[in-house]
Design a protein around this ligand. Structure first.
Ligand SMILES: NC(=O)c1ncn([C@@H]2O[C@H](COP(=O)(O)O)[C@@H](O)[C@H]2O)c1NC=O
Length: 527
């Protein structure tokens, strides 16, 4: 329902951020709108040769308490909240209230990234009150909180001599969003102060407030019939989000986004040129080498069938030579890396089927907690951030690993961390050669890993190369180890968390076969 357009006679301007206010005020004055301003806004405009009325002309009261009370007065709020056409009129007349048709306000900045926030100075009281009052009475009072809306409103006034009810409603919605965001920042500040003081484990607080903003719609969810979108925390300085750029290919799907992050997180564990190929959230191939081309080829050879349509992560600059190699070898869904050469980018751009993401500022420590929702509940846990270092591990067998075997075991373990449970991973040097993933019992995962290993052994011409075996949780029995030896798998070292009641039996098996065994003492389940 379109209300009769009201002519704007009086406006109140009280802005901390003075951007664009000069031009806007000039335009309002041209329309013969009477303008009332708070002290600094008035002085700022005056210094720019724009004369406005001091708010005290309405309140007949000076600003007091060093500006803590400027506009908090019945004559101001009466003018904003009063309805023009009903019982309120009698009060308006009785108390000689100036009707205010337009309120332009933005608040004192409350920047939580600043170390020393001055609560007295930084928490705006009168501003939010003005904004809420005007937004509540949006049918009568227009509320402007966004500098970017000044021009739009002027255009609407010029074209239609008023501001439509639809626009007023949108502005009111924006105003309440503005006040709630502002209060949320202040709340967070107080919340942090309390937690830090009491030294409570603030990672898992008693209450969780989640505020994420839609960054982009995704092509679809896990399946094409599911709508999906990407949300981010609003942090304009977030280096990761700012540097996460899609440079080629069609819109990302939910699975693309998920897999590419896993690929990138996994490959960024390594400092040597490395490649990880992900399918359905699981690594299917990985390698660290002297250069990315050989790392890619080794990773591809880990499981060339699964690599089809895979998400490939690199930790070094992507070159044209590498792209040519990949395209020659396989159909690839997405490539993610920290940088790409100009030539490689031009080359990849000739094929819009390949999605390319470049992410310069990778930070694994950004979020220390993880969420999963199950119907009515939100499951929250700390990220499984472990210190994967040999000094924290224990060699439990008679045979001790060589320096190289320790390095190889670390590589194999780091990949196993990303494999869905139950995970069994075989590697040769810094190359993954077989993965058994996501089975409901460990023996099945071992069997799958063994089968893939058997196939790869011929293909990769592995003869008596020493193999590392990683398991994401302890072996409940010695049978898995017997099974490997029976199949002549040349295992030189097994890395696993340990902790089974039959550890002794398992260690005995390893000793019998003259294999080294490392206990990491940390389980790496991934559901
Ligand atoms: N206390 C008040 O009555 C009051 N009324 C408006 N303000 C704020 O004062 C600022 C503008 O004041 P000035 O024009 O003096 O810079 C605005 O950010 C506005 O949100 C107030 N200041 C703080 O609470």
């Amino acid at each position: 329902m379109e209300l009769k357009k009201q002519i704007i006679k009086n406006a109140l301007i009280s802005v901390s951020n003075k951007k664009n206010i000069i031009t806007f005020t000039k335009q309002l004055l041209k329309k013969k709108i009477k303008i009332f301003t708070t002290k600094n806004t008035k002085n700022f405009l005056k210094n720019n040769n724009i004369i406005t009325n001091n708010i005290s002309k309405i309140t007949e009261y000076p600003e007091i308490l060093n500006g803590k009370i400027k506009t908090l007065h019945p004559k101001i709020f009466g003018g904003i909240l009063g309805n023009r056409g009903n019982d309120d009129l009698k009060y308006i007349k009785k108390y000689n209230i100036t009707i205010i048709d337009l309120v332009v306000v933005n608040f004192y900045p409350f920047n939580t990234s600043e170390k020393n926030i001055n609560i007295k100075k930084n928490i705006d009281i009168g501003g939010p009150a003005l904004v809420r009052a005007a937004a509540k009475n949006y049918k009568n009072t227009i509320i402007l909180v966004d500098v970017l809306d000044y021009d739009k409103i002027l255009l609407e006034i010029n074209n239609t001599k008023g501001v439509s009810i639809e626009t007023r409603l949108k502005l009111a919605k924006k105003a309440f969003e503005y006040t709630s965001n502002y209060d949320y920042l202040i709340f967070k500040y107080f919340n942090k102060k309390i937690y830090n003081k009491k030294n409570i484990n603030s990672k898992l607080p008693n209450k969780i407030y989640i505020k994420y903003y839609k960054k982009q719609n995704l092509k679809y969810g896990e399946n094409p019939n599911q709508k999906a979108a990407l949300y981010v925390k609003e942090n304009k300085n977030d280096k990761f989000i700012n540097s996460f750029e899609q440079l080629n290919g069609k819109k990302l799907s939910y699975n693309n986004f998920y897999d590419s992050h896993i690929a990138y997180e996994c490959v960024n564990q390594f400092s040597n040129p490395s490649c990880v190929i992900i399918k359905h959230g699981n690594p299917c191939g990985a390698s660290s080498s002297n250069d990315l081309v050989s790392a890619y080829l080794n990773a591809y050879n880990s499981d060339s069938i699964s690599a089809f349509g895979g998400i490939i992560g690199f930790n070094k600059i992507i070159t044209e030579k590498l792209i040519i190699k990949i395209i020659k070898k396989q159909f690839v869904e997405l490539i993610i890396g920290p940088k790409i050469t100009k030539e490689a980018l031009n080359y990849i751009k000739t094929n819009n089927k390949i999605k390319l993401i470049i992410c310069k500022n990778y930070n694994n420590n950004y979020s220390k907690i993880e969420f999963k929702n199950v119907n009515h509940y939100l499951l929250v846990q700390e990220k499984n951030l472990q210190n994967d270092q040999f000094k924290n591990w224990e060699v439990v067998t008679k045979k001790k690993p060589t320096e190289l075997e320790i390095q190889y075991s670390l590589f194999c373990w780091k990949i196993a961390k990303f494999v869905k449970s139950n995970a069994i991973v075989y590697s040769n040097k810094f190359n993954i050669i077989s993965i058994g993933s996501g089975q409901t019992n460990r023996v099945e995962s071992v069997k799958i890993a063994n089968l893939k290993y058997k196939n790869n052994k011929k293909k990769l011409k592995l003869k008596n190369q020493d193999i590392i075996m990683a398991s994401d949780a302890f072996f409940p029995f010695r049978d898995s180890i017997d099974e490997c030896i029976k199949n002549n798998h040349n295992i030189s070292c097994i890395i696993q968390p340990g902790g089974s009641i039959r550890d002794k039996e398992v260690i005995k098996a390893a000793d019998e076969y003259n294999i080294c065994m490392i206990f990491t003492k940390n389980r790496i389940f991934k559901h």
